[in-house]
Design a protein around this ligand. Structure first.
Ligand code: NAD
Length: 361
């Protein structure tokens, strides 16, 4: 298969980690007979320096024209003083809006080899943690009307409006069901239908959609219960689908229980198969250029791209298995190296990338 991937190396550790992910993609292409071509895209601080704009229109167009986008990270101290509308992160928001990606998908997976890094009790971790939160990204209370007004009494009152239409719920619901179809076919819809009208509409749309996906086992859960269940019994989840604010909070909670920020990939998808794939961490300026960064979150983002945008399931499995093997062999970047552990071998970003490439079969 031929695929063109837009590559945003970005700032800080971005170029180092993306470089390793491209080596991994090249190895997969060679082994499985694919042709991946790469279009370099400048975004973030590097684009501000070159063009005075964190995402010039022609750069966004290159992303939209690609089969999918792989992003490292953007931002850093150097650009903290630029006006708000020119900040590196504005490039990221414009990219998400320009690509129309309304679904953010973040896996919470604990690698058994790193289980001691989880803040949860060992007996809970031992049952396994491997689920995805599908979060609605461009609707709900973050995008409703916000206002603060003075009451006749002189007291101030603030209002944030939470709106969801059936079509907005349906399109994110479909991503939830489709994701479940590619995994263990269990979908948990999270809402607050005991209080909110928007949640009651959410629940009814999810149940309507369920008729189209008879293979998927749909369950409902109130968001307060879900926050408890994620720490009490995370093994019960396969795919969680939820609205913007609930997803924002639950996905941070879920990433914490897995232990390390350097290991976690993400995808953002819209109506087409062209997705945005990036690790959840930032540009880590404190370790940039020192060959210390963990490239695994970016490499696993590339694996998600193969699985969810290109339908290359065996290829994605091959990358994830290679990561698992390298961890089994005791190789660790500094961020996942247990203190005083003599049986582990500390490696840099490049070496970790090379080891993963060598273990792809
Ligand atoms: P950060 O995620 O960059 O770093 C937080 C801590 O985690 C640092 O100690 C860093 O060294 C460490 N870390 C992060 N990724 C790592 C990796 N792959 N391997 C090893 N250690 C890793 O968050 P921050 O320090 O708050 O932000 C730094 C810059 O990144 C800021 O300019 C911020 O705006 C930007 N940022 C960008 C994105 C993005 O591009 N999507 C996301 C978050 C923050």
């Amino acid at each position: 298969m031929k695929k063109n991937i837009a590559v945003i190396r970005g700032d800080g550790i971005g170029p180092e980690i993306v470089g390793q992910a491209l080596d991994v993609l090249n190895k997969v292409a060679e082994l499985y007979g694919h042709e991946f071509s790469y279009t370099d895209v400048d975004m973030g601080g590097v684009a501000i320096d070159k063009y005075g704009d964190p995402l010039p229109r022609e750069m966004l167009d290159k992303c939209i024209a690609s089969d999918s986008v792989l992003l490292g990270a953007v931002g850093g101290e150097k650009w903290n003083g630029v006006p708000g509308h020119l900040r590196p992160e504005k490039g990221l928001l414009r990219l998400r809006a320009g690509m129309g990606v309304y679904s953010n998908n973040r896996p919470a997976k604990i690698w058994p080899q790193l289980s001691e890094a989880s803040p949860l009790k060992p007996e809970i971790v031992a049952k396994g943690i491997d689920f995805i939160i599908v979060r609605e990204l461009i609707g709900g209370i973050y995008f409703g009307e916000h206002k603060t007004e003075a009451l006749e009494s002189g007291e101030k009152q603030a209002v944030d409006v939470l709106v969801y239409s059936e079509s907005e719920i349906e399109r994110i619901g479909r991503i939830g069901f489709e994701t479940a179809m590619k995994r263990n076919k269990k979908l948990c819809s999270v809402e607050k239908s005991n209080v909110l009208d928007s949640s009651r509409l959410w629940k009814s749309v999810m149940h309507r959609l369920a008729e189209e996906y008879p293979e998927v086992e749909l369950s409902d859960m109130l968001v307060d219960n879900c926050a408890m269940q994620i720490v009490k019994n995370p093994a019960q989840f396969d795919v969680i689908v939820t609205e913007n604010m609930f997803g924002d909070i639950l996905s941070d909670e879920a990433s914490m229980i897995t232990g390390s920020i350097g290991m976690i990939p993400s995808s953002s998808l819209g109506n087409t198969s062209c997705g945005l794939y990036e690790p959840i961490h930032g540009s880590a300026p404190d370790i940039a250029g020192k060959d210390l960064a963990n490239p695994i979150g970016t490499i696993l983002s590339a694996a998600m791209m193969l699985r969810y945008s290109f339908d290359m399931v065996a290829e994605a499995d091959a990358i994830e298995n290679a990561v698992s093997k390298v961890l089994d062999q005791g190789y660790r970047t500094a961020d996942i190296m247990p203190p005083e552990a003599v049986s582990f071998k500390k490696v840099g970003c490049k070496e970790m990338g090379r080891l993963i490439v060598d273990n792809i079969v």
